[in-house]
Ligand binder design. Structure first.
Ligand code: GLV
Ligand code: MN
Ligand code: MN
Length: 421
């Protein structure tokens, strides 16, 4: 048997960690977090840094009409579909420096290592920084990935964000082209496979003292927009029995959401993480509350059951509190399984690097689960300290970050060798 070229190849660990630090400085907050929401100046600055790194890695870059940044590297066999690597660089408000950014920067570093060592893959390679994974300002999450699989429609462009700005305008500011969204779509036969490297964002690997996670499936997610309309009135003069307090009603909705998960609930987890109220003044009974509900489970029917139960309970809450409560804008991303062949490739890559590995599910959502509609997907996790993410305390050890990137590199090589024919 011939030795696979690149079996001893490693990414430049120091360079990867430096790139993570540089990107993490864009939008850095006083308490060690990062706020780099999609469609903001910080996002634009981060995107420029990633674009420049892609160019430096020898990739041919372009920004597609959905404002995804794509770095392309030809393969030896241009008849083969593209092997795609990626993740996102936008963050939640005051999130961490690693969620998403790590996977993009490591993928760029993988391409750079291949170029620096003159290794030509059979497959063409594409590194993608997906636009707006986190759903900034109440917009649909995994926006760029949805565009790539042709799952967006006109309403995704005309919809206004929380600040009242149409998404189409935001997209243009990021270098996208809302009038040509169809040009961002990839057909199933154009993508051979998709690998995404990510921090675990949960405690399993750290608590088991395991270096690498091989993801078996990604949880499904369903989001609902709830608007409670009561009546704003004077907080000093409106008797309690005459109030139509939207926030008191919203509080009951929040408790009903919590009870959709847990011992008697149909879904694994249920959260209200975003809420705004008007007029939001200490001496006015709240008139309007809007909030977003996030339901997650591997079972579609469990999420449907939870949404139906919530709608029923909301009717009762509205009657009890004299408010009108509207539930709308349901967006769901189904659970997906990772491809068995790709899981095997990742596990073999881990073994070749003497890294312990464990198969586990992902409770967080990822661009991979959308790309899974057009291609087999594989996901690699590295340990997260304390299992914390979407918070400034998010952290992974440098050695683990480097190890994960080397697993990605060896997975690319292993995939290319195994699937080129
Ligand atoms: C993505 O970050 C998610 O919400 O799981
Ligand atoms: Mn995230
Ligand atoms: Mn992420």
């Amino acid at each position: 048997m011939t030795r696979r070229p690149g079996r001893t190849l490693r990414i430049a660990g120091d360079r990867l960690l430096a790139a993570i630090r540089d990107l993490g400085a864009i939008g850095a907050t006083a308490d060690g977090g990062v706020t780099r929401l999609a469609f903001t100046d910080e996002d634009l600055r981060g995107r420029k840094l990633v674009h420049d790194l892609m160019v430096g890695a020898g990739l041919q870059t372009r920004i597609d009409s959905a404002a995804n940044i794509i770095g392309y590297r030809p393969g030896q066999r241009q008849d083969l579909p593209v092997l795609m690597l990626g993740s996102h660089i936008d963050t939640v408000p005051n999130g961490g420096a690693l969620d998403g950014a790590y996977g993009v920067l490591a993928a760029v570093e993988v391409a750079r290592a291949l170029n620096e060592h003159g290794i030509l893959l059979s497959h063409p390679l594409a590194v993608v920084a997906f636009n707006n994974e986190e759903g900034a300002f109440g917009t649909r999450g995994m926006w760029g990935a949805h565009a790539m699989v042709g799952a967006l429609d006109e309403s995704d462009l005309t919809a206004a964000d929380d600040r009242g700005r149409p998404v189409a305008d935001l997209l243009t500011e990021m270098g996208g082209d809302p009038g040509r969204l169809d040009q961002a779509v990839w057909a199933a036969d154009e993508v051979a496979a998709y690998f995404e490297l990510h921090i675990e964002q949960g405690p399993v690997l750290e608590s088991g003292n395991v270096r690498i996670g091989v993801v078996e499936a990604i949880t499904g997610r369903s989001t609902l927009d709830v608007t409670v309309r009561g009546k704003a009135s004077h907080a000093g003069t409106t008797p309690m029995e005459l109030r139509q307090d939207a926030l008191v009603a919203a509080a009951q909705v929040i408790l009903a959401v919590r009870d959709l998960a847990g011992r008697n609930g149909p879904v694994r987890v249920a959260t209200v993480g975003s809420l705004s109220l008007a007029p939001n003044a200490w001496n006015v009974v709240p008139g309007i509350v809007t909030m977003q509900v996030d339901l997650r489970d591997v079972s579609e029917s469990a999420m449907r059951q939870a949404a139906a139960r919530l709608r029923g309970e909301i009717l009762e809450i509205a009657m009890r509190t004299g408010t009108a409560i509207d539930v709308a804008g349901q967006n769901s991303v189904p659970a997906v399984s990772c491809d068995l062949g790709l899981r095997d490739v990742i596990a073999a890559a881990g073994e070749s690097l003497n890294l312990s590995h464990l198969t586990l599910p992902s409770g967080a959502g990822h661009d991979a689960q959308v790309i899974g509609r057009i291609a087999p997907i594989g996901m690699i996790f590295v340990p997260s300290r304390g299992g914390i993410s979407h918070a400034p305390e998010e952290h992974s050890a440098g050695d683990d970050l480097i190890a994960g990137a080397n697993v990605l590199l060896q997975s690319v090589l292993g995939y290319d060798e195994r699937y080129a024919n």
